[in-house]
Design a protein around this ligand. Structure first.
Ligand SMILES: NC(=O)c1ccc[n+]([C@@H]2O[C@H](COP(=O)([O-])OP(=O)(O)OC[C@H]3O[C@@H](n4cnc5c(N)ncnc54)[C@H](OP(=O)(O)O)[C@@H]3O)[C@@H](O)[C@H]2O)c1
Length: 136
């Protein structure tokens, strides 16, 4: 069975993204910096699958010590997950990806950050309670 997880960070009202980046991008408050550091620590050595915009926002260093794959809408989600037998797979978003893959995620690690500004991408709580399927 594939261990399918998600780590994400949201603002006070579920803000996830803005202009292709994190809404709080560039904020040097230690809480924001530590959250990004923690994301890379927990995903190290594992697999990160995400849509093209999310992967484009991943810094170059992160490709060195984890498997990062762009996934596309024409791909069957179970076939995608089946590429990684025995691995821990983090589903990294964005929105349309979580809409489809949420049902396979056994562990959600969501940090609420002290951000209450603009966003153009939002967390959907329905992802947490949708029908659960066992990954292949
Ligand atoms: N706060 C956080 O923790 C967090 C985490 C991740 C992302 N974000 C933010 O979210 C934003 C990027 O997300 P996004 O939603 O705009 O774009 P995205 O990452 O490109 O994800 C959406 C795209 O994934 C592709 N996709 C792959 N498999 C799919 C499937 N089975 N069904 C449907 N679509 C699928 C589709 O592109 P095609 O149709 O072209 O294949 C879709 O348009 C950025 O602002 C980023 O910073 C935030």
């Amino acid at each position: 069975m594939i261990d399918v997880r998600c780590i994400c960070a949201i603002g006070h009202r579920g803000q996830l993204g803005l202009n292709g980046q994190l809404p709080w991008e560039g904020n040097t408050n230690p809480l924001f910096v530590e959250d990004v550091t923690r994301f890379f620590a927990l995903t190290m050595g594992h697999v990160l699958i995400a849509g093209p915009k999310t992967v484009a926002s991943v810094p170059a260093f992160a490709f060195e010590d984890r498997t990062i794959d762009v996934i596309r809408s024409h791909e069957d989600p179970e076939a995608v997950l089946a590429r990684y037998p025995g691995r821990r797979v983090f589903v990294g978003g964005g929105i349309a990806v979580w809409n489809v893959y949420a049902r396979y995620i056994q562990n959600w690690d969501i940090t609420r950050l002290p951000y209450d500004g603009e966003a153009d991408r939002w967390f959907d709580p329905a992802w947490l309670v949708g029908g659960a399927f066992r990954a292949p």
